[in-house]
Design a protein around this ligand. Structure first.
Ligand SMILES: NC(=O)C1=CN([C@@H]2O[C@H](COP(=O)(O)OP(=O)(O)OC[C@H]3O[C@@H](n4cnc5c(N)ncnc54)[C@H](O)[C@@H]3O)[C@@H](O)[C@H]2O)[C@H](O)CC1
Ligand SMILES: [K+]
Length: 524
């Protein structure tokens, strides 16, 4: 599903009106009615409802919602946190309709806002219609106090379009924000609902298309989408291991042999056919016990136990017999090894995944990517992205989508910026926000499993871009299945790896359910 910025949704709003003849009044009526439908499905008609309406169209949606709930016999009160004289004509029209329907309206100002703390806990349901995509600055004064009263109420909170206080483009909290149980968002979901902390404040998100024409819903001018799963390519019966991709992992060192094991083995667990690990000979005996299905290529090592430069030609030869290559997990930062990695990246004539220390080494000279003739994907966590861009980590965490898109464009490489709701960006300027995964996956080695999963998706036959997307999707799905089975606390990278086969089985056998459970529901 497409995901819109506040500017894009305003553009679609404008086109709905000007190009498709759907008036603002119809859009607002559909929006308010959608919120009312959710409440009628979720609460009971005996429940009491407080609608907290703000100064703009978000408030207007709330007023429409109040009218619909009252018409179902619910006991509804409106708290207007705005100056009625400054409302737009359309919002004023809806305020008049509320008054004409004898729905109590109370004006909230600095003088009486603290009373909200006392009255809101008595309402079963609170509709947060203070601000939506028009939020332009941090909430202060009466608005901030109203939000805090909503959060302290203990009532069921339903946010209109976006939780008030959340930045609809970045997901940041602007001063303070409503913690919603549900958010009904209109037209298309907003980016700020899917990036943390916005994703956490939104609660369960439901989309209402409010009669937007399909061409607006699927508008290609919108470059961001949720990372919805794609059905896996069939596994033909008469095949041999080579048909499911031959992968080469250039990884590991005397100190780090967990990473290469996790990456090379996860490739097989995700469905890949033939996994070769080129690593320092001193750790091969240990690895062979833990991962007997992997084929090992022993490499000479430096005095610090990392892969020596002397292996350059041998490694290049190995890449020729591979379909996809991954470089970096646990490879270390020894100068000689770094020189080898910087020499290999432009000369590996295969699709390439660069991860872990390989990214820290790449950060020394990202121009080496420009000569590559085959697709590349880099899989940084925010710390590695900070080294690649020179931007502080905090800034990256606040602008994950923008940073991923910029770097993908600049490097001509796919970017997987890991974290809660991993973001995938393409060199062509598209982006996908992944919805699978859970906090239990923030564990050492999780990224190594992801490298294997991406390579595995390419091995089973997805195209490169689809393999990157689906590697992230199944990695998160495996983590969710693992958490379901053993909880999040003891969830380790090995748990995620061991649930990859189940994730693939679920994808193949219960695709519809997996799709529905991991994409945004449309409120009908
Ligand atoms: N997406 C659609 O097609 C539809 C969207 N609708 C709803 O419209 C709002 C956006 O409405 P808008 O009037 O542009 O802004 P808000 O209601 O979010 O904000 C009101 C107003 O408040 C001012 N403001 C901004 N920040 C602050 C602040 N920190 N403190 C005080 N005042 C602030 C600013 O002037 C804003 O204009 C969208 O979210 C939907 O709910 C349509 O109703 C249905 C179709
Ligand atoms: K809102």
């Amino acid at each position: 599903m497409k995901v819109a910025s506040s500017n894009e949704i305003r553009l679609l709003d404008k086109e709905a009106v000007e190009k498709y003849g759907i008036s603002h009044e119809i859009l607002m009526e559909n929006a308010g009615a959608a919120v009312a439908r959710l409440i009628l499905h979720t609460a009971s008609e005996e429940d009491t409802v407080a609608v907290i309406a703000g100064p703009g169209n978000n408030g207007g949606d709330g007023l429409v919602c109040a009218r619909h709930l009252a018409s179902h016999g619910m006991d509804v009160h409106v708290y207007l946190v705005a100056d009625p004289e400054r409302l737009s004509e359309l919002v004023k029209k809806n305020l008049d309709r509320v008054a004409l329907a004898n729905i109590p309206v109370e004006k909230v100002t600095e003088k009486n806002v603290e009373e909200l703390q006392d009255v809101l806990p008595f309402y079963d349901v609170i509709v947060d219609a203070l601000f939506g995509t028009g939020l332009t600055r941090p909430l202060e004064g009466v608005y901030k106090e109203a939000v805090e009263a909503i959060n302290d109420s203990g009532s069921l909170v339903v946010s209109v379009d976006i939780p008030s206080g959340i930045n609809s483009d970045t997901g940041e909290v602007m001063g303070t924000a409503v913690k919603a149980d549900f958010t009904v968002t209109f037209g298309l979901p907003k980016i700020g609902l899917l990036l943390y902390p916005g994703a956490e404040y939104a609660g369960e998100i439901l989309v209402s298309h409010i009669s937007y024409p399909r061409s607006l819903i699927e508008d290609d001018r919108i470059k961001v989408e949720t990372n919805d799963p794609l059905y896996p390519p069939p596994r033909q019966p008469d095949t041999h291991k080579g048909d499911y991709g031959k992968a080469l992992f250039i990884a590991g060192s005397k100190r780090y042999y967990g990473a290469p094991m996790l990456a090379s083995r996860s490739f097989l667990k995700a469905g890949g056919g033939y996994s070769r690990l080129a690593t320092v000979s001193s750790i091969v005996p240990f690895l062979a016990i833990r991962a007997p299905e992997v084929v090992y290529e022993e490499l000479e090592e430096t005095s610090s136990g990392t892969i020596s430069y002397r292996n350059l030609e041998k490694i290049l030869k190995l890449t020729e017999a591979s379909d996809i290559v991954a470089i970096g997990p646990g490879i270390g930062l020894d100068d000689e090894t770094a020189r080898l990695v910087l020499e290999l990246i432009p000369r590996i004539n295969k699709p390439l995944i660069i991860d872990g220390d390989g990214l820290t080494i790449l950060a020394r000279d990202t121009t080496i990517l420009s000569t590559r003739k085959y697709p590349t994907v880099i899989t940084p966590h925010p710390g590695e992205m900070s080294r690649l861009t020179g931007k502080p980590i905090e800034e990256i965490k606040k602008s994950r989508l923008k940073t991923a898109l910029e770097v993908a464009q600049k490097l001509g490489s796919y970017v997987v910026l890991k974290g809660a709701h991993t973001v995938i960006a393409t060199p062509e300027g598209k982006a996908y926000i992944n919805l699978t995964g859970n906090p239990g996956m923030a564990t050492a080695g999780s990224g190594d499993v992801l490298v294997g999963a991406i390579a595995g998706m390419y091995g089973i036959g997805y195209g490169f871009e689809e393999a990157v997307r689906m590697g992230v999707f199944v990695h998160g799905l495996a983590g969710d299945l693992a958490a379901e089975s053993i909880g999040m606390d003891g969830l380790t990278a090995v748990s995620i790896m061991n649930f990859l086969p189940r994730a693939m089985k679920e994808l193949r056998e219960n695709f519809e359910r997996i799709y529905n459970e991991n994409s945004l529901p449309v409120l009908v």
